[in-house]
Design a binder for this molecule. Sequence first.
Ligand SMILES: [Fe+2]
Ligand SMILES: [Fe+2]
Length: 190
Amino acid sequence: MPDLNSLKAGLKKLLPKERFEHSLRVMEQAEELARRFKVSVEPAGIAALLHDCSRYLNREGMLKSAREGGYKIDPIEELEPKLLHARLSAKIARDRFGVTDPDVLQAIESHTVGRPNMSKLEKVVYLADHIESDRDYSGVEKVRELADKDLDRAILASIDKMIAHLIEQDLPIFEGTILTRNWLLINNKI
Ligand SMILES: [Fe+2]
Ligand SMILES: [Fe+2]
């Protein structure tokens, strides 16, 4: 596993200051959740640190990199290229930061919409991104409260908040989000 300090130094050079600081907060939050829910702390911290490492790219840059990488691009991603950033971050974590652990790469890749059968590591990184100390969307306190004891319920609550927000704004809902929500409700019998 690459050394954490050199990853931080590399990331600091790559990302705008605010995005880098967000990444540090997500790392801290992910490490705390990992301890709470008995997930390996080091992979959780690394995945969280690098989860947004493609966010130095603008919309066009994201579309271009995704096309070059031969990604299948959804019409919603075409409309909102930021949705590509999780996949691109996993690619950059591998190619630029030398991360080889497939579980870490997967946790980076699924941090925005989750996926059915997501692992505990993926859940920790997903949730950490949504409850890091600077987040202040309406309902975040409830998600934080749930995150004290139940990863699945906390993720469900954050997905519901996100969907409600998208509906309010007349924005499309990425189908991956719905698949994750259904999986949490049906397979995990929430
Ligand atoms: Fe992200
Ligand atoms: Fe993030």
